[in-house]
Design a protein around this ligand. Structure first.
Ligand code: A3D
Length: 320
């Protein structure tokens, strides 16, 4: 049986890391697409040359021709520009919206059956735009943010408690931005909810609040350190987790930007929610109950996403 085909649209920092991870995990053959001359070909060749030592057989191809992504099973989109220090994700809107138009049309023409994972920022609005431009079914187009934001939250929690990251599970919902909602009540250490750990004296409410804030600022913390771009190792790992869930029909319950049409009381909006990812793409949304405070934070985040989508419609009126 032929290996699955994974198309990576954007061969920059995240795109290159995705290609390396996909090859090492033998998820399938990899096509790296980019408009920057020589970059996709150079990275594909470089990664292919790590195959003998690493022991993988996946084929890697670099290209600037959309025809090469034909029949891809998964497309992961990072095309666009990342943040520089002092920029918010929203500052990228105008430039990256135009990129989503080109990418959406390229995927629609060449890989209409693919499961599409968008990473380009501002995430929730760009997933919406990519879906509009591609015309693919809503359950086959989603955005990676919640897995990364939750991974950051889990990492910080594991440091606080001095326990393995494997035993920390956490949920971050809402839009991928300053308004994201780390859900303390649904986050646990081996099943023990965080509020119980506060009662047990393992941490304090103040420390937990600081960790929540550090999670919200997690992307900016890395941008501030790198200065020339944004995070790419953990974002790539997070998207690969989602791609693997689809390709292997794992039915993973992962937070990601998914199309809500009725769920969470939303009528047609992409926002970060808990989803089940399997061979059907986004197969299900877990419409969890929230407290009044959590709901207020979620609503605030939803409003921020709605504002960005409206701004997109203003930039390209053919989308309205
Ligand atoms: P970078 O290394 O600049 O790579 C982007 C690549 O896109 C470059 O190689 C460009 O040449 C290419 N590109 C630009 N326009 C097009 C086009 N029309 N078609 C194909 N390729 C094109 O950035 P990066 O990999 O660090 O980040 C990529 C995106 O991910 C940015 O928008 C970041 O803001 C975003 N990002 C999102 C998260 C989330 O958690 C959602 C995390 C980190 C970064």
């Amino acid at each position: 049986m032929a290996r699955p085909k994974i198309a990576l649209i954007g061969a920059g920092q995240i795109g290159g890391t995705l290609a390396h991870l996909a090859a090492m995990k033998e998820l399938g053959d990899v096509v790296l697409f980019d408009i920057a001359e020589g970059i996709p070909e150079g990275k594909a060749l470089d990664i292919a040359e790590s195959g003998p030592a690493e022991g993988f057989d996946a084929a890697l191809k670099g290209t600037s021709d959309y025809a090469d992504i034909a029949g891809a099973d998964v497309c992961i989109v990072t095309a666009g520009v990342p943040r520089k220090p002092g920029m918010s994700r929203d500052d990228l809107l105008g430039i990256n919206l135009k990129v989503m138009k080109a990418v959406g049309e390229g995927i629609a023409a060449n890989a209409p059956d693919a499961f599409v994972i968008c990473i380009t920022n501002p995430l929730d609005a760009m997933v919406w735009a990519l879906r509009e431009f591609s015309g693919l079914p809503h359950n086959k187009v989603c955005g990676m943010a919640g897995v990364l934001d939750s991974a950051r939250f889990r990492h910080f929690l594991s440091l606080e408690f001095g326990v393995s990251m494997k035993d920390v599970s956490a949920f971050v919902l809402g839009g991928h931005g300053d308004t994201m909602v780390p859900l303390v009540r649904y986050s646990t250490v081996a099943g023990i909810p965080l509020p119980d750990l506060v009662e047990m004296g393992w941490t304090t409410k103040e420390k937990l609040d600081a960790i929540v804030q550090r999670t919200r600022d997690g992307g900016a913390e890395i941008v501030g350190l790198l200065k020339t771009g944004s995070a790419f190792y953990a974002p790539a790992t997070s998207a690969i987790e989602m791609a693997e869930a689809y390709l292997k029909d794992q039915k993973r319950l992962l937070p990601c930007a998914a199309w809500c049409d009725g769920e969470f009381g939303l009528k047609g909006l992409y926002v970060g929610v808990p989803t089940v990812i399997g061979a059907g793409g986004i197969e299900r949304i877990a419409d969890i109950k929230m407290t009044k405070d959590e709901q207020a934070m979620f609503d605030n985040s939803v409003n921020a996403v709605k504002g960005l989508v409206e701004a997109c419609k203003g930039i390209d009126t053919s989308l309205a």
